[in-house]
Design a binder for this molecule. Structure first.
Ligand code: URA
Length: 209
């Protein structure tokens, strides 16, 4: 599968330009991340199965459609992924939310998991992992593996900006996972920041720098 699906909708692209601007403050940055996540999940749920139902309107019986099949869970990768949760839940308010905390050790370059709390019924759900930045792919690959270990069959990964290195890593390790992103940038710098990117998404969301 997984060539990324790149969401080039003008509203998303415009908001990403505002996100990239170093003069955008935390409040606006947080709102933009949430809005972009809301718009992206619209596309990332395009293939949800529907079933026909009959609904009685004030006028007549309507044959109409509702979502069927497995329920959804969103899993933000801490901490920047938290910024996307609001937005995705606006579109799918009944979804459950799990959390995974994993970081890339700068020395060993390995993924270190420090937190995990997932819905008890996660194996029965479709999962969309959210993290604004797909950089080296080390944390994404690890987060996906952890969720697969719980028995989840259908996993998507949704990020706002991806680097080619991260896309390649996820594609290699998890070819069954569809990636959704809104921009694919040039490369990583020596500190594994995406270039041109937007800086540290977590710091900008939470105002920690
Ligand atoms: N994480 C971020 O927040 N920014 C990057 O550029 C790379 C990883």
């Amino acid at each position: 599968m997984n060539n990324p699906i790149i969401m080039d909708h003008p509203l998303i692209q415009h908001k990403i330009s505002l996100l990239r601007d170093k003069n955008t403050g935390s409040k606006e940055f947080r709102e933009l991340v949430s809005e972009i996540a809301m718009l992206m999940v619209f596309e990332a749920t395009r293939d949800l199965p529907l079933k026909e139902v009959e609904i009685e309107t004030p006028v007549a019986i309507a044959k109409t459609k509702v979502i069927s099949g497995s329920k959804l869970a969103f899993v933000p990768v801490l901490r920047a992924g938290l910024g996307m949760v609001d937005g995705v839940l606006k579109m799918v308010p009944a979804a459950k939310v799990g959390h995974i905390g994993v970081y890339r050790d700068p020395e060993t370059k390995q993924a270190i998991e420090y937190y995990s709390k997932l819905p008890v019924d996660i194996a029965k759900r479709d999962v969309i992992i959210v993290d604004p930045m797909l950089a080296t792919g080390v944390t994404a690959v690890d987060a996906i593996a952890k969720i697969k270990e719980k028995g989840v069959k259908n996993i998507k990964f949704m990020c706002i900006i991806a680097a080619p290195e991260g896309l390649e890593a996820v594609k290699k390790e998890h070819p069954d996972v569809q990636i959704y992103c809104a921009a694919c940038d040039q490369c990583l710098d020596e500190h594994a920041y995406i270039v041109p990117g937007l800086g540290d998404a977590g710091d900008r969301i939470f105002g920690t720098k």
